[in-house]
Design a protein around this ligand. Structure first.
Ligand SMILES: Nc1ncnc2c1ncn2[C@@H]1O[C@H](COP(=O)(O)OP(=O)(O)OP(=O)(O)O)[C@@H](O)[C@H]1O
Ligand SMILES: [Mg+2]
Length: 236
């Protein structure tokens, strides 16, 4: 499996405060990889840096063997690296359909074909396509955020805590849909607080603490790791 994206010793800071400190990770073609870690560990900062929304202070990012860091966000999306923010950032006064179409801003020509695909993945969005995004339930808004990301024709999707604020039933539903997307060959990097879900869904995971990778390995091994069980799964 070829490496789709790799970060090499990347550093990201807000002012003088270094928040991501020497992080190296890689995601291979067709893999789902998790980044887990406590609040404030730097997961969102890491994802935003990959997406070109924050500049690197050090290190570099390779995508399909070429430098990704330094490119503008638009160029990064156009190449197929698509970030879905935890905050969703939908346009509440616009319809579901309009929000989806905006997701295709880098590949407008293929939006009709993409739309068919996305509405197939999320039939619920098809039912609600004329509804204002702001009036959707939390779970539906999350589907819309992921759907909008899919409109950009991602090669790799960076999902930042897709289960935040969702009822357990919706979390399971979201993971069923993500499993289906993965089955269609989509490569996924996911930040998650729902550790059991994340480790069940992914092949590998990185544990980020205080801006640095503390542990990494196969997800199934991490699920059985006593430190992980104690710190993140509340097991004695
Ligand atoms: N815009 C900002 N300016 C200054 N500091 C920031 C900014 N955004 C985040 N931070 C700080 O950077 C650190 C990492 O934040 P980040 O949001 O990346 O963590 P996270 O792992 O995504 O946490 P969570 O699980 O709560 O989403 C935190 O200490 C946070 O307070
Ligand atoms: Mg975050």
């Amino acid at each position: 499996m070829s490496v789709v994206i790799g970060t090499e010793e990347i550093e990201v800071a807000y002012g003088d405060m270094s928040v991501v400190r020497g992080v190296s990770l890689e995601v291979r073609q067709g893999e789902a990889v998790a980044v887990i870690g406590p609040n404030g560990a730097g997961k969102t900062t890491l994802f935003k840096a990959i997406a070109g929304l924050l500049a690197l202070r050090g290190g570099r990012i390779l995508y399909e063997g070429a430098r990704l860091d330094g490119l503008r966000h638009y160029e990064i999306v156009k190449r197929g690296v698509v970030y879905v923010p935890a905050e969703r950032e939908l346009f509440p006064q616009m319809s579901v359909l309009e929000n989806l179409e905006l997701g295709a801003y880098t590949n407008y020509g293929s939006r009709a074909e993409r739309l068919k695909f996305v509405l197939g993945v999320f039939p619920r969005l098809e039912e609600r396509k004329g509804q204002m995004a702001g009036t959707l339930s939390g779970g539906e808004q999350q589907m819309l955020a992921v759907g909008r990301g899919l409109m950009a024709r991602p090669r790799i999707l960076l999902l930042d805590e897709p289960s935040t604020g969702l009822a357990p039933l919706f979390v399971s539903e979201m993971y069923r849909q993500l499993t289906r997307l993965k089955g269609e060959g989509l490569t996924i990097l996911i930040a998650e607080q729902q550790i059991p879900h994340a480790l069940a869904f992914t092949e590998r995971a990185y544990v980020l603490e205080n801006g640095a990778i503390r542990l990494s390995g196969k997800s199934e091994d991490l699920l059985g790791n006593s430190e992980i069980q104690k710190t993140y799964l509340g097991m004695a």
